[in-house]
Design a protein around this ligand. Sequence first.
Ligand code: FES
Ligand code: FES
Length: 166
Amino acid sequence: MKTVLTINGQQVSLDIDTRVTLLDALRDHLGLYGSKKGCDHGQCGACTVIADGRRINSCLTLAAMHDGETIITVEGLAHGEALSALQQAFLGHDGMQCGYCTPGQLCSATAMLEEARAGRASQVTDDLTTPAPLSRAEITERMSGNLCRCGCYSGIVAAIEEVAAE
Ligand code: FES
Ligand code: FES
């Protein structure tokens, strides 16, 4: 099936089997190896990308289902040579060790901050009428779909807290 995606600002046209996941399309068909395959079952978040502004597990969705959409992967988070604020904060707070989960963490956190700014509630939001600043509990809950085998959670949360406070 012909599938047109705009990936990190560049339009690409794929002639792709409808059974190919978005993650495999990115990695195997487009050579974008930033998004990682940790579990291939929607359990780890290493494959998280942003599709039309929404963070998704790219291993759980088919590329053809995203025809016409805008996809941002970890390769698209920096502005040229300048890292995004979150990427800088991850460096500053040692929010990684092996780095395997990091692309997913960064994409997830980038979209999560937008969700919070837009006033979207999480499971631990007390007051649904007044958006509160992102507490540590809110960040932890909202990032719970992204696992880190190296256990760098304190650095990851500290990095997100820093950017959320800006
Ligand atoms: S590889 Fe997609 S959630 Fe683990
Ligand atoms: S930094 Fe190694 S899995 Fe997260």
